[in-house]
Ligand binder design. Sequence first.
Ligand code: HEM
Length: 375
Amino acid sequence: PFDWYAEMRQNNPVRYDERRQTWDVFRYEEVDRVLRDHETFSSDLTTATVQPRGRDDDSGVLTMLRADPPEHGRLREFVNERFQPGAIRTNRVRIEELTAKQLAQIEDNDRIDVVSDLAYPLPVSVIAELLGIPIDRRDQFKQWSDAIVARAPEDTDAHTAVQQRRSDAWTEMRTYFSKLIEERKNGTRDDLITLAATATELDRDETIGFCILLLIAGNVTTTNLITNAVWCFEEHDVTERIRAGEIDRAQAIEEVLRYRSPVQMVRRVATEDVELGGRQITAGERVTPWVGSANRDPEMFDAPAAFRPERRPNPHLAFGRGIHFCLGAPLARVEADVVLGALLDRFSTIEPDLTDRTPRPTFHGLMTLPCAVER
Ligand code: HEM
């Protein structure tokens, strides 16, 4: 999409797409403004006067992701503390253990798939532990997540089937979490389901919505960050310098977030008539800020098309900005850092085979990333 972004930033930085019935926003300046100004640009998509055809955005469950103040604060504040960098640091050792366990299963291989061997299972395992759900349901979680993010061409049988699976997944997840929440109401455990189940500010549906949001929001995204990192490091030949410590790993991961942002766009609705980038947006119209394009805006970043792992400062918008700034950002950063550190430690060479670059639908990433490895 990157050439398209460049052209749009130049010629059509804020434009209305008739087919998708949304305003697309491509420049850093305006994307940043939309994200910061949550009063004018609401996250509650149900307020849109023009609803998209086909895909329904949510299940009708209210979560922080789709709430505006004051609801947003109520739905987020009870858990904020748990995701602060300091709190997440205490999980690092456990994340290292889970990574080591995953690596142990492939240590004698001479070929691995970064996605299915590491980048997929690790984030699911971590979030499952934080929520306090048994890891033996992992395949089930994958099926649910895949069903939620799946897309198919409109007006086709495949589309109907995809929608059916999505709605089944919602129903199953609701039933699954309802039961767990009931069991944890007594508050004897120290996990996120217990935290939500005992939070007086949430009602039952909101508690379920919170669990589902955490399960979905952090998985495909972190999988893509880890995969995109291996991809970028190889493509730009910096793996050895990172291994040698010449380039700071955490800083290089920030550049991956900018350069191949796992989430390329977010969604808003205008609450009032507003001018943006010289165009007039009407209240109730949908707005799509492309963070993946903002992250390559030459007005903000020197040589944005170059992958510079030492770029500093790096004010990318990959985790959003403003009140909806990603709750899981500190966790995703630690996970990526741990996994990449462990990979470089374990294997002396990692040679990705980039011939099959089947993109992941919806998010920016790859379905598989096979690598030849040597210990
Ligand atoms: C919000 C990206 C990992 C939980 C967001 C937003 C972005 C984002 C762009 C803002 C959405 C908006 O403004 O509409 C990412 C990326 C990740 C990642 C790129 C990985 C590399 C995670 C993880 C978790 C998580 C691991 C949970 C464990 C959330 C939640 C929100 C959110 C709960 C909603 C926050 C709010 O509305 O206040 N994420 N995310 N994310 N993310 Fe993440």
